[in-house]
Design a protein around this ligand. Sequence first.
Ligand code: SF4
Length: 436
Amino acid sequence: MSNYTTQMDAARKGIVTPEIEKVAKKEKMDVDKLMELVASGKVAIPANKHHKSLDAEGVGSMLRTKINVNLGVSRDCKDYDVEMQKVMSAVKLGAEAIMDLSSHGNTQPFRQKLTSECPAMIGTVPVYDSVIHYQRDLATLTAQDFVDVVRLHAEDGVDFVTLHCGITRKTIDQIKKHKRKMNIVSRGGSLVFAWMCMTGEENPFYEHYDEILEICEEHDVTISLGDACRPGCLADATDVCQIEELVRLGELTKRAWDHNVQVMVEGPGHVPLDQVAANMKVQQSICMGAPFYVLGPLVTDIAPGYDHITAAIGGAVAAMNGAAFLCYVTPAEHLALPNVEDTKQGIIASKIAAHAADIAKGIPGARDIDDKMADARRVLDWDAQFACALDPETAKAIRDDRLPEDDHSEACSMCGKFCAVRSMNKALAGEYIDIL
Ligand code: SF4
């Protein structure tokens, strides 16, 4: 029996857990400094006690920016092994978290497989699973049914759960009154909203928050406070519905921390580029520095097919200004279930955004790999360049497909003998430069 409940409880008691030790090492941070941040809630270490294969990570704006990949079994993709392969290749590409959004069949075996085999943090959205778990229509579920699914996920070893606790019956009036262009686009948020409308009852995740906190404290599940009212288009960004929910998320953050329960707060959404930084500052202020987990932000609405790019632009600016955790977006966003290639494109785009922000934030050691790449480029060492690349396979495949006609070791087919790097190396070495 350990003498602490959650990582936050341990940090507050001055106990160095194996997870705190591991995260401090990974982040090149002093253990005492990290403990202070975990104790105050500015860093979360989602680490369910039952997730034995976890390679713990910390989430906080002063740490390396982490990325999440959404996967899971669905009606159109129901092979557990194929989905597990996707999970492991996402981890290989650098995803620190996997959200299991399974929505078909018996979801528990896949969830348990994840927490017994996957080293990444595992997150779920229990409200999605409620209908599937009980195999009953939404309106027939009771508030207790939802809470029991949260408990089930906690017992299965899930590290963080997205709970849309911030919308209430007041939100129903607000959505009707303010006439947003896109209403609610959060899948979980829309389910909670629909359940409230159909039953006439208050949001179960809000009303039974204390019971949920007890479950999360017992198993050390981090709550990711869902943003049901995240804007679904630029026109709805930073409106009354979004900000009013954020204020409630701030209150719920404080209540969780009073129970030693770790919290992340989810954020927008579709946001014009000039509003991204302000959104991060407002969240940090209202939610007292709790790690911000952003879904994008997508900085334009008109790029279906390329939304991994619109999200990476917003994600880089968001992370540079305080977001700690980026949810990947794939080229299939708004269009279809992502396939393997879409997933890869989404991960790489998010990794670029996260890494660019880490360099801008001055995260210790973040730029080392870029400096190594520059050294390799200066000496035209292609293997060393591939080794530094975020996606070595693609980089190598492009070069190999279009090698220069003459000397393959020097230059590439972009400039051939006009290669600036080659010319400079030769000029500085006092050598003759042959162009023709
Ligand atoms: S050929 Fe041009 S693009 Fe290629 S390495 Fe040289 S300078 Fe760079």
